[in-house]
Design a protein around this ligand. Structure first.
Ligand code: IPD
Ligand code: CA
Ligand code: CA
Length: 264
């Protein structure tokens, strides 16, 4: 499959960081049986991956700004372009030796997401999308699922945990959705959840408290695969509100309504 120069740059950065994460993941699987666990080791792995991505992208496109989970905002001379990067999405999985984690890189041009890459190194699954050019898993073109009924659907979500708010609201949302669907999944990497929606593996997804680096690449993947994304109010302020609901056209619409059903 021929990729644009821009996507090549992003893929190279993601794969290089992925090799580093894979090496560290092997070590984590040994360390995690110890009492103290691999906590510090994982934060180092995370920072190392971010450094690799920062170095690769700055070399290829000098001057572009960054929004990265660990470094935060890195200003650039070019005010039209901004990379949005999560070097390790699914940290808790990584820490526990669960091979469901990813690297997420998106490029925003004049405030619009124009390219996105999500890579799961443990499964060697590479998701790519460029605005107007479709979405791909490795070489295969992606399309969101064709299911139109919640009763046939598998819906992904993010479950808030210790140190996170939204516990009460989430229970209401879950109660509303769980009685209507064929299954609920919680993968533990929001970027991969969104990639799975783009790939038609999951029919929809919602999560109430995410950061731009968790969602940016996934939003483009879903749109390029023919799907729909919004914040949980149905608007387009996913980054400002920090929430997302996604799916094909029918499931996205029904999911939004179901999440907000009043408690009986
Ligand atoms: C987390 C994952 C998780 C989601 C959390 C995120 P991190 O990102 O995407 O699936 O439920 O809200 O913070 O911390 O592993 O990069
Ligand atoms: Ca994340
Ligand atoms: Ca992260």
């Amino acid at each position: 499959m021929a990729r644009s120069a821009l996507l090549n740059v992003m893929v190279q950065a993601a794969m290089k960081a992925g090799r580093s994460l894979s090496r560290d993941f092997g070590e984590v699987q040994n360390l995690q049986v110890s009492l103290k666990g691999p906590g510090d080791y994982v934060s180092q792995a995370d920072r190392k991956a971010e450094e690799i991505i920062h170095a690769e992208l700055s070399r290829a496109r000098p001057g572009y700004a960054f929004l990265m989970e660990e470094r935060g905002v890195v200003e650039g001379e070019d005010d039209q372009h901004r990379w949005i990067v999560d070097p390790l999405d699914g940290t808790t999985n990584f820490l526990h030796g669960i091979p469901i984690f990813s690297i997420s890189i998106a490029l925003e041009r004049q405030g619009q997401i124009v390219a996105g890459v999500i890579y799961n190194p443990a499964m060697d699954e590479l998701y790519t999308a460029e605005r107007g050019g479709g979405a791909f898993l490795n070489d295969r073109r992606l399309r969101v699922s064709g299911r139109t009924k919640l009763s046939d659907s598998v819906i992904g979500c993010g479950i808030p945990h210790l140190g996170r708010g939204h516990h009460g609201n989430f229970l209401v949302e879950l109660r509303n959705v769980m009685g209507e669907v064929a299954g609920i999944r919680r993968l533990g990497s929001a970027a991969l959840d969104l990639a799975y929606v783009a790939a038609g593996r999951m029919d929809g997804f919602w999560e109430p408290a995410l950061a731009p680096w968790d969602m940016a690449a996934g939003i483009l993947l879903i749109r390029e695969a023919g799907g729909f994304c919004s914040d949980m109010e149905g608007g387009q302020e996913m980054f400002d509100k920090g929430s997302i609901a996604a799916g094909n056209e029918a499931i996205h619409k029904t999911l939004l309504k179901t999440l907000k059903k009043p408690i009986r």
